[in-house]
Write a protein that binds this ligand. Structure first.
Ligand SMILES: Cc1cc2nc3c(=O)[nH]c(=O)nc-3n(C[C@H](O)[C@H](O)[C@H](O)COP(=O)(O)O)c2cc1C
Length: 194
């Protein structure tokens, strides 16, 4: 089982990172191969909407040579992908959105009929984790919905788990939420044991 985790917080060793580590610890305890990617360490240009080649050559954005191609390949090679982000301004972070914008090349589209003839992410499993300061669980409703739309509708992934931790603001506040960290660990154990 290959597990890939994207950390979409600019802060290392922070709440999102700590939750991600607990999830990966759970996955590793079952023997899964795990990798963590800090999106803020990656070079991800903004999509320019050029439609140059990205729907014709799968996984090939010919405009930029940045980290996107290798990140897409990593996702395709995974059985389970964790997308973990803090809530920023009521949504997930801009870095994660710019990453999603650049995933257009996962699809190979027949440009005459506009039908997707290949989707190289279809059927992969996904877990979404959202972390925020507000104690109100409704804080994550909108970003969860947007994630649903992108992961289920566009990527055709199966969302097999959701994690949400509210009431954490400063780095490592999440260490006071041992129950949430245990939940992340146990979710990974369950998903990787199936
Ligand atoms: C620019 C910015 C915007 C934020 N917007 C929200 C918000 O809309 N709702 C909320 O509950 N918390 C918000 N927060 C708080 C973060 O979600 C919170 O500090 C979180 O624990 C950060 O995760 P990290 O430690 O992994 O970086 C915001 C923080 C920043 C820096």
């Amino acid at each position: 089982m290959n597990v890939l985790a994207f950390v979409a917080s600019p802060r290392k060793n922070s709440n999102t990172d700590i939750l991600t580590d607990r999830f990966l610890e759970g996955a590793k305890s079952t023997g899964a191969d795990c990798e963590k990617v800090y999106l803020y360490d990656c070079s991800i240009n903004f999509c320019q909407g050029c439609y140059r080649n990205c729907w014709i050559n799968p996984n090939d954005c010919t405009r930029f040579e940045d980290d996107m191609q290798r990140l897409i390949e990593k996702m395709i090679a995974s059985d389970l992908v964790l997308f973990a982000s803090p809530v920023y301004m009521g949504s997930f972070t801009a870095k994660l959105l710019s990453f999603f914008e650049r995933t257009i090349p996962i699809h190979n589209v027949d440009l005459e009929t506009m039908v997707v003839v290949e989707n190289r992410l279809r059927g992969r499993n996904a877990v979404v984790a959202l972390i925020h300061d507000s104690p109100d669980p409704a804080t994550a409703e909108l970003p969860f919905k947007v994630m649903d739309r992108i992961l289920k509708k566009s990527f055709e992934m199966n969302i097999v788990g959701r994690l949400q931790v509210g009431g954490v603001r400063d780095k490592a506040d999440i260490n006071n939420k041992q129950e949430s960290l245990r939940e992340a660990y146990e979710l990974a154990v369950r998903l990787c044991s199936q």
